[in-house]
Design a binder for this molecule. Structure first.
Ligand code: SF4
Ligand code: SF4
Length: 108
């Protein structure tokens, strides 16, 4: 894969990393809970579920997608993009894990 390949990946045509299909995988660190509370978004805290390693995690729907995946504009857009979790912000498009999710989803 060429060095600029990550730039060719279109997240809005993908969404694979938000469709892990497994509960408790997309972890939400305590700093996110504090941030959301300070923003008055206790609703986001209330929707969490227990995750791995004793942390909280985003809940998933029956189809395996994060409960926040999908907007009127795009099925692959994050509905809470501006305040999304640290794990989501730090996830690197084009990383090995990104490609793993894409392969699992049959996108490559
Ligand atoms: S798996 Fe990679 S390309 Fe797909 S939405 Fe996530 S970061 Fe973007
Ligand atoms: S909060 Fe948004 S970016 Fe994070 S997993 Fe859920 S839909 Fe994806």
């Amino acid at each position: 894969m060429s060095a600029d390949a990550p730039l060719t990946l279109d997240c809005l045509a993908c969404g694979a990393c938000c469709r892990t299909g497994r509960d408790g995988c997309i972890l939400v660190p305590a700093e996110d809970l504090a941030r959301w509370k300070s923003l008055g978004r206790e609703d986001l805290v209330a929707q969490l579920q227990p995750g791995h390693f004793g942390e909280a995690a985003f809940a998933t729907r029956d189809d395996g997608a994060c409960v926040h995946l999908g907007t009127e504009a795009s099925a692959n857009a994050c509905a809470i993009y501006e305040v999304r979790g640290t794990t989501c912000r730090d996830f690197e498009r084009g990383s090995a894990q990104c490609h793993e999710f894409r392969r699992d989803a049959g996108l490559e």
